[in-house]
Design a protein around this ligand. Structure first.
Ligand code: HSE
Length: 423
């Protein structure tokens, strides 16, 4: 029986979940997969965490060097989070020939090529199922099951925090700030929510997913990004009346050798499969040219779901003779290959003075920029009234130019929001 020694860095929520699964399932993994996985080392400042997990506190290492030099360690599992020191620790372990399993999306998305170069030198494996979509096996699907396909499109809800906030705003008609505060109190959002609510977290995950989908490395900084902080209860209510649900989507599309990658809130038709993914759940919708539509749905975070992805990587890694080098993507996407002027339908909400000619003025601006209106709605009110436009597919730059001109029109009081529509 092949014996495999694992070192776990970080015994918090994810590291703890991983240890729990490894301890509970050791015998089953031995029987079903023919490898005996033992936790032989751990690194955490709080020794009590090891004790609480039922680990022998003697396996706690004083530093990463002790783990890198420990001949019993075959796989180092990184559950620390943050870019440093996690990245340096990964490099140190890879240099020592240890394979890596990580759940750290930010560190991994930003350092993948560097880690891969070091891993390739020693032949060590690099596994990252838990970086994207928590318990959903989306990385394995992309690397092991899409050989027959050109991936045409990915649409994903890959941030549970924002999906939880938007779901509650939709269900309760509540405002963003109130739901955020409550989500923080309940532990669904971090005290510093920026990485989640501004779409950075989804961006790291989309960088990883789209690199695998298109077999070209897609740097994080080429991804267009907008968060959910400007979404209001009013936009959600109007969307609902018009048959749409607001979601923060990570979108990647490949067209004629060019790529669109973006993270932003969208109006999705309420019958779209992603529209009913609620609460902290994640889902990834992939379109392949052979297979058609696929959707994975599951918990994108949490001790056991993320631990499930990590343990799957550990067992997979343990059973390989040699490790595949998916990250060796010499073909790196540059800005010239990105479609910045993508096409989309748009929702535009304005406050205008209810006077003769205001709609004509706005329509003229749209006409000048070749933006075609598909639906329009004006509510009765006082002197200042809300007005909403939906457009047919238009170019992003044309729409932005039109909005800037509309903003300056004398009878337009404010541009309240712009949301893209995906179908
Ligand atoms: N902050 C992430 C989320 C956790 O809200 O989905 C898992 O990456």
């Amino acid at each position: 029986m092949k014996k495999v020694g694992v070192a776990v860095l970080g015994l918090g929520v994810v590291g703890g979940g991983t240890c729990k699964i490894l301890l509970d399932r050791r015998a089953r993994i031995r029987e079903e997969y023919g490898v005996d996985v033992e936790i032989v080392a751990a690194l955490d400042r709080v020794a009590q965490r090891a004790v609480d997990l039922g680990l022998n506190p003697n396996i706690l290492a004083a530093n990463i060097d002790e783990i890198a030099l420990n001949p019993k360690v075959d796989i180092v599992v990184e559950c620390m989070g943050g870019v440093e020191p996690a990245k340096s620790f990964m490099i140190r372990a890879l240099e020592a020939g240890k394979s890596i399993v990580t759940s750290n999306k930010e560190m991994f998305a930003k350092s993948w090529p560097e880690l891969e170069r070091v891993a390739a030198k020693t032949g060590a494996g690099l596994y990252y199922e838990a970086t994207t979509g928590g318990g959903m096996p989306i990385i394995r699907m992309m690397t092991q099951a899409m050989q027959a396909n050109n991936v045409l499109e990915i649409k994903a809800i890959i941030n549970g925090t924002t999906n939880y906030i938007l779901t509650r705003m939709t269900e309760e008609g509540a405002d963003y700030a109130d739901v955020l505060k409550d989500a923080q109190a309940l532990g669904f959002a971090e005290a510093n929510p920026v990485a989640d609510v501004e779409g950075y977290d989804s961006g790291y995950k989309l960088s990883i997913l789209s690199s695998l989908a298109f077999n070209k490395r897609l740097p994080v900084d080429l991804i267009y990004r907008e968060g959910i902080t400007k979404i209001t209860a009013k936009d959600i209510a109007i969307g609902k009346e018009m048959g749409f649900i607001v979601k923060l989507l990570a979108i990647a599309k490949q067209k004629d050798g060019k790529i669109e990658v973006r993270v932003h809130p969208v109006f999705l038709p309420k019958h779209h499969p992603l529209a009913s993914v609620n609460g902290a759940f994640n889902a990834v919708f992939v379109v392949g040219d052979a297979v058609g539509d696929i959707m994975l749905y599951g918990q994108g975070a949490g001790a056991l779901p993320t631990g499930s992805a990590i343990v799957s990587d550990i067992v997979f890694c343990a059973r390989q003779e040699t490790h595949a080098r998916y990250g060796e993507m010499n073909d790196v996407v540059d800005a010239g290959q990105i479609i910045a002027d993508f096409e989309s339908e748009y929702y535009l909400r304005l406050n205008v003075r209810d006077v003769s000619g205001v709609i004509a003025d706005i329509a003229n601006v749209f006409k000048k920029h070749h933006v075609s209106i598909s639906r329009m709605r004006q509510d009765e009110g006082g002197e200042i009234v809300p007005i909403v436009f939906f457009t047919h597919k238009s170019h992003e730059q044309a729409m932005s130019a039109a909005i800037e001109e509309i903003r300056k029109l004398h009878n337009v009081v404010s541009v309240e929001n712009v949301i893209r529509v995906e179908r």
